[in-house]
Ligand binder design. Structure first.
Ligand code: DX5
Ligand code: ZN
Length: 222
């Protein structure tokens, strides 16, 4: 079942940490474990120092399971690829404010295509850089690691930005979700939730857990 609005927490396991030898059954395993969304990390070897997968993989996941697809584009020219990821079955497309594009136009193109729009900012990017676009987004992604690789440590110093994002949402009467991504486990989930994040992306702590259902439940209750 595809879902968007939640009052509660959304747990989004990142496919990056799954066993790629059996991707679609890994997605089924995540759904059975209680995942709300699947988080798909697209990397181009240019915006970040790693290459992952593109629209064809998103499409394979989309065809195999009925799950909400949260597509995180870590690519230099996201505007050139929006249409392809929409076609591939993305439900939410998140682009980086630091990438080389007209941010407002890209966000509008995502919404015009019928998808939810997300905007991401790296740990070192100040909140000021995203303020002009808050009216155009359905989700703000505060990276809690420098993007590129799974399995890195959660950066506590990003939490003031999450708090600011929540305060700004109230101030402007907006309703975007606040997502955190990178180094999320039970302990950091408590910290990020307290700061105001409601969408938790977790790769290693879910797919590599001994008991994935227990890991997802732990994050939800954190
Ligand atoms: C980092 C990616 C993350 C990553 C998270 O570049 O955007 O989504 O998969 O992995 P963990 O949870 O292992 O830090
Ligand atoms: Zn991600």
């Amino acid at each position: 079942m595809k879902k968007w609005q939640f009052t509660d927490k959304i747990i989004a396991p990142s496919l990056l940490a799954a066993d790629w030898g059996k991707v679609t059954s890994e997605v089924s395993r995540a759904i059975q474990a209680g995942a709300d969304w699947m988080h798909l990390d697209v990397m181009d070897g240019n915006f970040v120092d790693n290459i992952s997968f593109g629209p064809d993989m998103v499409n394979a996941v989309s065809e195999s399971n009925d799950v909400y697809l949260d597509v995180h584009l870590m690519i230099s020219k996201p505007d050139e690829y929006v249409a392809r990821f929409v076609k591939a079955g993305a439900d939410l497309i998140t682009v980086h404010v630091e990438a080389d594009h007209d941010v407002r136009e890209t966000l509008r193109a995502i919404r015009a295509a019928g998808c939810k729009s997300g905007l991401a900012l790296n740990p070192e990017t100040p909140m000021e850089d995203v303020l002009p676009y808050l009216e155009e987004i359905d989700l703000l992604l505060c990276m809690t690691v420098v993007p590129g690789f799974g399995g890195q440590s959660f950066m506590n110093e990003v939490m003031p930005k999450v708090e600011q994002a929540a305060a700004m949402r109230d101030l402007r009467g907006l309703s975007y979700h606040i997502e955190v991504d990178g180094g999320i486990g039970e302990e950091s989930a408590v910290i990020a939730s307290a700061a105001g994040a409601n969408v938790l992306v977790a790769g290693s702590s879910t797919f590599k857990a001994e008991d994935m259902a227990k890991a997802v439940k732990g994050l939800r209750e954190a």
